[in-house]
Write a protein that binds this ligand. Structure first.
Ligand code: PMP
Length: 404
């Protein structure tokens, strides 16, 4: 099947507009992806024809909302190769990691235990563990990076030991685009007796993820980075672990029985879903995954790789541009600095030309400190970007250079 990027773009209404008098070139996909018509329509159709509370089943609309809500769970479970009751709805990756750090982490960690992360992590995969360690007396250990922005694998194996209780790793770095070879690292973590969590926020839109094949205990991701709505995400958790964990938040829905003396918990996954959930978000995420499943994902990945290869080649040839993080395995991200220019100024001048990028520390302050830079300019690519848009980025950067 040949891949027609123009046809795909036609499904994304937002892309067809001008910004500051120029056609929009949206290269901020690592922050959030745009939404195809199928997702926008699914959310509208829910509010127009179905809106009702779920799991309260006394009437037609509630039954219908519940059926769509649970069908979306089955869709996401199949997408990650998990069982239905192992998928917990969250607000996003951040909440998924907090759930595990607060429920599993605070319950299980003891003084002297260690939690292992890498120097690449997003704040969402640092701060919850830091807090869990502070509350329990455990210690946070950090695997350093190589020069090219890849994780130092030898250091990872050296730091892993019998005190390591939890290993929390990003699948793909949001700042640099580095892809971590997780399958073998997770195996080593399991062999050391640690529980593993993967921050999949930046992975799921770029390549298929199979949590069984990866061999992780938890996998957290966000709908909005996967062509779905904001405010909804999924956490995969291995059933035995979820069963053993105390609730993260409490209230309605997550209980089996309540008395003033004592309450008991609902079965999985509801034990971790108190209160009225983001029903429209769940239905929108289900639609996003079904839409993505209909695409030729090999062709999409090849297209994205070609965009990144072209961007990298043009960046290497661009006078005064330094690529930050050039690991051998990357997806979707070109992070860079221009000589003598602050990233924020570059971002503003690109925006004036219709090119949307992100600048700054990208929620990775420790990573930027380690690299000795205040931040980067980050162009991040998705399936609907074109080779011409990559060229437009560099034409716009030529202009930026003349302004500065
Ligand atoms: N981890 C990574 C690697 C991310 O890129 C992000 C989003 N920038 C997050 C975690 C947090 O995701 P969310 O804001 O959707 O909760």
């Amino acid at each position: 099947m040949s891949f027609d990027v123009q046809a795909l773009r036609g499904e994304f209404p937002i892309l067809h507009q001008t910004v500051n008098g120029k056609p929009l070139v949206y290269l901020d996909n690592a922050a959030t992806t745009q939404k195809p018509r199928a997702v926008i329509d699914a959310v509208s159709a829910y509010y127009e024809g179905v809106n009702s509370n779920v799991h309260r089943g006394a009437h037609y609309l509630s039954d219908k909302a519940t059926a769509e809500f649970e069908a979306a769970r089955a869709t996401v479970a199949a997408f990650l190769n998990a069982a239905r009751e192992e998928i917990i709805w969250t607000k996003g990756t951040t909440e998924g990691i907090n759930l595990v750090a607060q429920s599993h982490g605070r319950e299980r960690l003891r003084p002297g235990d260690e939690v292992l992360i890498t120097a690449l992590e997003h704040h969402a995969n640092i701060v919850p563990w830091q807090q869990a360690c502070e509350r329990t007396g455990a210690t946070l250990k950090v695997v350093p990076l190589n020069e090219d922005g890849s994780v130092d694998e030898q250091a990872y194996h050296d730091l892993l030991n019998e005190r390591t209780r939890i290993v929390a790793l990003s699948h793909v770095s949001n700042s640099l685009g580095t892809v971590n070879p997780l399958a073998r690292w997770l195996k080593a973590a399991r062999d050391a007796g640690a529980v593993t969590l993967v921050d999949g926020a930046q992975a799921v839109a770029h390549f298929p993820v199979d949590v069984q094949q990866l061999g992780c205990d938890f996998y957290a991701c966000s709908g909005h980075k996967l062509f779905g709505p904001t405010g909804i995400g999924a956490l995969y958790g291995r059933r035995e672990l979820l069963d053993a964990m105390p609730p993260y938040q409490t209230g309605g829905e997550m209980i089996e029985t309540v008395s003033f003396e004592k309450s008991t918990w609902n079965e999985l996954p509801y034990k971790f879903e108190p209160g009225t959930p983001n029903i429209a978000g769940v239905i929108g995420l289900g639609a996003a995954v079904r839409w993505l499943d209909r695409q030729d994902r090999t062709a999409l990945a090849m297209h994205e790789d070609a965009l990144l290869a072209s961007a990298t080649e043009q960046a290497e040839a661009f006078d005064g541009l330094k690529i930050i993080g050039n690991a051998a395995t990357k997806v979707g991200v070109l992070s860079f600095l221009l000589d003598g220019a602050h990233p924020a100024d570059v971002g503003t001048l690109l925006d004036q030309q219709g090119v949307a990028v992100r600048t700054g520390h990208h929620c990775c302050m420790p990573l930027m400190d380690g690299l000795g830079i205040p931040g980067t300019v980050r162009a991040s690519f998705s399936i609907y970007n074109t080779a011409e848009e990559v060229d437009q980025l560099f034409q716009a950067l030529e202009k930026v250079r003349t302004f500065l």
